[in-house]
Design a protein around this ligand. Sequence first.
Ligand code: SF4
Length: 323
Amino acid sequence: MTEELLVVKNLKKYYPITGGVLGGEVGVVKAVDDVSFAVKRGETLGLVGESGCGKSTTGRSLLRLIEPTAGEITFDGVNVTALSTDEMRKMRRDMQIVFQDPFASLNPRHNIEKILEEPLVVHKIGTSSERKKRVQEMLEVVGLSSYHARRYPHQFSGGQRQRIGIARALMLNPKLIVADEPVSALDVSIQSQVLNLMQDLQKEMGLTYLFIAHDLSVVRHISDRVGVMYLGRIVELTTSGQLYSNPLHPYTKALLSAVPTPDPDDVRERVILQGDVPSPANPPSGCTFHTRCPHVTEECRSTRPAFQDVGDGHFVACHLYKQ
Ligand code: SF4
C-alpha cells in the first residue's frame, strides 16, 4: 500500500468558448491548467484561492463529476481517468464529496432517513433494516439524534444540514472526502463546530480530506498541507506551518496579509493587490500573476516560472521566490 492515496498529474479542465456566425470554437477557458499534487493517507490537503481560481473544478474533476480535459488521477493505485462510467460509479463508494450548500444538495421532499439511505440503496448494500440501523448510527456519529431521521431538510439549521451532508458522505465508509467549501455558508460560531466534527471523524475513521475553501483561516485550522491556487494553477504548496510562517509566493503573502490575526504584536504589512483576477479565457503570458504582482520583472512577463521544490517539499512557482 503506497503512502499516497491520491496522485494528480498535470490535470487540465478547459471549457470551449463558442461563437461567430457558425458557432465554432473561438477559444478556451482554462479553468484548471496543469495542476499536480498528491494527498497522503489520513492527511488533509487544503486548496485555497479566490473564487474562480479553479479549486472547485479541481475537486469535482477528481471524482469525475466534471470530466477532465487531460491529466492522470490515481486513487488508491487505480487510474480513475481510465475507468468506464460504471466502474467510476463503483469507485465513488470510496471517494465522496461534501458540498458548500447542504440545503441545495438535500432533496427537500425526502426525509433524512431516505436521504441517508440512498447511497446504500444505489450500491445495493444491506437489507432494509440494516440500512435503517446504519442511518441511526451515522446520525449519532455526526452529533444528531435518531429521531431526526423522520424530519425533512427544511426543519434543520444550516449547521445541522451540513452535519447531514457529512453523514451522507460517510454512509459508504469512504477513504477520501472532497469537502468543497463545507463551512463557507455557515455562521462563524457554527463553522468551528463543523470543522471540529470533521477532524474528530478523520481520526476515528482514518479519513483523507481534500479541503477546498477561499478562507485561509479556515484552511489553516484543518489542513496538514495547503496548496494556493491562482488562475487555474497551484502557485505554492507546503505544510500549513510553513505556508503561514514562511510564505514564498507574492500571491500567498497578499492573501495572508488580509487574514486578521489575534496577536497584537503581529504587525504584518497589508499587501493590497492591484486590479482584478484576469479572465481564464485570456490568461496573461509568463507568470499569470504578473499583472497584479508588486515585484514583476521582464522575465515574469515572458517566462512561466516552474513549479519547483525549493526544499523540504515546499513548492513554489515564482522567479523571485528567494527575495
Ligand atoms: Fe511576481 Fe514574477 Fe514571482 Fe510571478 S514570477 S509571482 S510576477 S515575482
